[in-house]
Design a protein around this ligand. Structure first.
Ligand SMILES: Nc1ncnc2c1ncn2[C@@H]1O[C@H](COP(=O)(O)OP(=O)(O)OP(=O)(O)O)[C@@H](O)[C@H]1O
Ligand SMILES: [Mg+2]
Length: 414
């Protein structure tokens, strides 16, 4: 027997659970896809295409839905002789400026021998090259800018939709599809960009458990051998997914992690217990990742929040968190931050979903304040905070959560 042996007990086609797998049909998204389809219809009618802005949280099918509809659009457009459709799909992750987008687009339309360098030209020159390429391509051109929020200046988002009106294009009809999961990006667009880019706005809402079951079932049918999944496994993955964020990607990841655990453990079937175990592993990883990106002060603030949580003292205000944090900072041998800077850390932690913040009114005196609570599992957080716990010592409220031989340090009643 070799060192590696092909294992085929669990998976029929594991790749079907991966993000880049394109399912033949999208499930549970009919209403939105119908609206999207209607917005693309002018292409088939030979009319000027709509500029479309598609938004929604991460993992709700924006990219998959766009690919799906564009594939059909290209296929159906090919049946009409008078329609000449070209679609360029660009992911803007890694392309941070309009200039980079424009050079990338020029190169998309040019053959390998006449590619331009991505630096060195004046911006107006690059735009001129782009208009030339678009016009010589002609017909109807859709440019899809996925994850469009990565572009830091909106010049291209203004120029492309207006190219025809500004007489930069004569023969080509051009439409833009912008896709984003960043809601503030759309709100922060300048009014002139918003009015041209967002002719048609489509929102994809988060999935509920029922929709996630459909999505998972569809992929599981391809990915796993018959009879491998025990009853309730798909439902449990979907329930976790719906509770977390209604994110299909996260739910598919959970199902794949579960399958991988089954494979590692050499089991014949996949049980609900294995789903729970997989979720635990993924959750730990997520917390670890979130925490490792924080500064030392961030760690101290999280540690303070965990101990307050364990004592039942949350939701807590900044003034309640501060003494604990200050005490911890001193024990770790570093200078505590001023209150305002400590509050910045609380804000960052809420952005990461490690804690949550609720705005409250000060009563008759007016004004507002915030109350913070812990959102993630305290034991998992402490595991990720190992070094901080070492530096500060184990607070009495968390002794049962930390498995360590370290001796308890004596804490004042702060
Ligand atoms: N309605 C659906 N039917 C089948 N599969 C789906 C559906 N929606 C999403 N998926 C799958 O879920 C995963 C995530 O979807 P997708 O990549 O489209 O998310 P997104 O909205 O583009 O997220 P992001 O904002 O992070 O880019 C993909 O593997 C996709 O195939
Ligand atoms: Mg996407």
């Amino acid at each position: 027997m070799g060192m590696f042996e092909r294992d085929t007990e669990i998976y029929l086609d594991r790749d079907a659970l991966r993000e880049d797998y394109q399912p033949e049909n999208l499930v549970g998204r009919d209403t939105e896809l119908n609206r999207y389809r209607a917005a693309l219809q002018p292409v088939i009618n030979g009319e000027q295409p709509n500029n479309i802005f598609l938004y929604g949280k991460t993992g709700v099918g924006k990219t998959a839905g766009t690919r799906y509809l564009i594939d059909h659009l290209e296929e159906d457009a090919a049946k009409y002789e008078d329609i000449d459709l070209t679609v360029k799909m660009l992911n803007c992750d890694g392309l941070s400026s309009s200039y980079q987008i424009a050079t990338r687009l020029v190169n998309e339309f040019r053959d390998e021998t006449s590619q331009i360098s991505t630096t060195g030209y004046p911006r107006a020159t690059v735009y001129d090259m782009l208009w030339t390429e678009l016009d010589s391509c002609g017909g109807t051109i859709y440019i899809v800018l996925d994850e469009v929020d990565h572009i830091e200046d909106d010049s291209i988002l203004y120029q492309l939709p207006r190219a025809r009106a500004n007489d930069n294009l004569s023969s080509a009809k051009i439409g833009i599809i912008g896709i984003s999961n960043d809601f503030s990006f759309r709100d922060d667009l300048s009014p002139k960009v918003k009015s041209s880019l967002c002719e048609e706005e489509i929102q994809f809402p988060a999935y509920d458990a029922k929709e996630l079951i459909q999505i998972l079932q569809q992929r599981a049918d391809v990915a796993f051998h018959d009879g491998v999944l025990e009853d309730g496994v798909i439902e449990l993955c979907a329930a976790y997914g719906a509770k977390d964020a209604g994110d299909a990607r996260q739910s598919l990841d959970l199902l794949m992690k579960t399958g991988d655990l089954a494979r590692d453990k050499d089991t014949d079937t996949i049980s609900e217990d294995l789903v729970r175990e997989a979720r635990d592993v993924l959750e730990r990883g997520r917390i670890q990742e979130g925490i490792s990106g924080l500064t030392q002060h961030g760690h101290l603030v999280v540690y303070a929040m965990v101990t307050l949580d364990q004592e039942g003292k949350t939701p807590a205000r900044t003034r309640d968190i501060r003494p604990r944090y200050t005490n911890f900072a001193e024990k770790a041998g570093i200078d505590p931050l001023v209150p305002r800077r400590m509050r910045d850390h609380l804000g960052e932690l809420s952005m990461l979903g490690i804690i949550s913040a609720i705005e409250r009114n000060e009563g008759r005196r007016g004004g507002t304040y915030r109350e913070y609570s812990l959102e993630m599992d305290p034991e998992m957080i402490l595991a990720a905070l190992e070094k901080t716990v070492d530096d500060v010592g184990i607070h009495k409220s968390v002794t049962n959560l930390v498995d360590s031989e370290a001796t308890l340090s004596d804490f004042q009643s702060t």
